[in-house]
Design a protein around this ligand. Structure first.
Ligand code: ADP
Ligand code: MG
Length: 339
């Protein structure tokens, strides 16, 4: 019951390809804590992908359905601080006794224990006691266990006793669903095309996606208008996403359109005139080289073309560079403007 935040539930944890296994394992554990073979359950994944939300949802579900169970959520940082304080105040026994009473222990961000030998020793004993007496252990980590340097082997080998499941970057459909859910919770309606635009523009993690939605709502209320595509575009321009910190597709389109003296609208447009097709292909080539965007989303940024068009463009430019020095020079010149 301690440290659980009731706003995190399975209900508001959108399911998608990116989290299906982790979510259903979490659900199984929530329904039958300590009974399934998913003990411990370790969820890993990058920042902002929903680890804390998922394990909190598990905790809340257990609390709501098994009233006799003592559920404890604690960050590894807090666990470490409590441990250090217990040493200082000579109450280590109380500390371990307390943790050994827990029916479902949720330890968030275990990578934080890395290098902290004494804390790991104590966690090891707590873990063994809980596991032997059929209590549920749930952990999260920002990387897969094999990459958890600084964690004792005896701990890592116990992590493998149960189930390890990862969370991946949300796919497009999941991003759409998350945006819709969020807006619905706020009682805001926006057009589907705007939702799609946001889902296409923010493809890093859920936290960033939520940040964008919050900025949009703030901006909309500030200027007293509805959220439409124009407003979304304006807001997106001012938001620095992880992707923007690298070269982004807008910059590529601007630089290539300047270089060949064609408009950005033409780069994205339908015309198949040779003097437009070639710069468009160059821009797609750079989009692939300099961003993490998928072929599908590159196509999207060029007037909704499909991924095979993008593949063809990249192939064409690569071939031309081999055959024609002037193309090679041009590509190098353009590339130098990005660095
Ligand atoms: P992590 O712990 O992996 O850094 P969080 O659990 O804090 O990530 O998630 C970041 C934000 O994204 C939270 O506000 C969380 O509610 C939200 N979030 C993450 N995944 C989902 C999802 N599948 N559905 C709904 N919201 C999500
Ligand atoms: Mg977290």
């Amino acid at each position: 019951d301690l440290y659980l935040n009731p706003t995190y539930s399975f209900d508001n944890y959108i399911e998608g390809d990116c989290n299906r296994l982790a979510r259903s394992a979490g659900m199984a554990v929530a329904q039958r804590p300590g009974v399934t073979s998913f003990n411990p359950l370790l969820i890993y994944g990058g920042v902002g992908l929903g680890k804390t939300h998922l394990v909190q949802a598990i905790g809340n579900h257990i609390k709501g359905h098994h009233h006799d169970k003592f559920v404890l959520y604690v960050s590894s940082e807090k666990f470490t601080n409590q441990f250090i304080n217990a040493i200082k105040s000579n109450t280590l026994q109380d500390f371990t006794d307390f943790y050994m009473k827990v029916d479902a222990l949720i330890l968030d961000d275990v990578q934080f224990l890395s290098g902290k030998e004494k804390t790991q020793d104590t966690f090891f004993h707590i873990f063994n006691h809980l596991h032997q007496s059929g209590r549920q252990i749930i952990m999260t980590s920002d990387r897969r266990p094999s990459e958890l340097q600084g964690l004792q082997d005896r701990l890592l080998s116990r992590f493998k006793w149960g189930l390890t499941a990862d969370l991946q970057q949300p796919d497009f459909e999941t991003r759409i669903a998350i945006i819709q859910r969020k807006l619905q919770a706020e009682g805001i309606y926006i057009e589907y095309s705007v939702i799609e635009y946001i889902a296409h523009s923010v493809n890093t993690n859920v936290r960033e996606l939520e940040g964008v939605i919050i900025s949009l709502m703030a901006q909309a209320s500030l200027v007293r208008r509805d959220i439409d595509l124009d407003l979304a575009k304006t807001v997106m321009k001012n938001i620095v996403t992880a992707e923007d910190r690298e070269v982004n597709i807008d910059t590529i389109q601007e630089i290539v359109s300047d270089y060949y003296d064609v408009s950005i609208a033409d780069l994205k447009g339908k015309s198949r005139k040779k003097e437009l097709v070639y710069p468009r292909q160059v821009a797609m080539y750079f989009a692939k080289e300099l961003t993490d965007l998928s072929l599908k989303s590159i196509g999207y940024h060029f007037g909704g073309r499909d991924h095979s068009t993008v593949i063809h463009a990249i192939q064409t430019i690569s071939d031309l560079m081999e055959q024609d020095d002037s193309v090679k020079d041009a590509v190098q010149k353009i590339r130098s403007t990005f660095s």
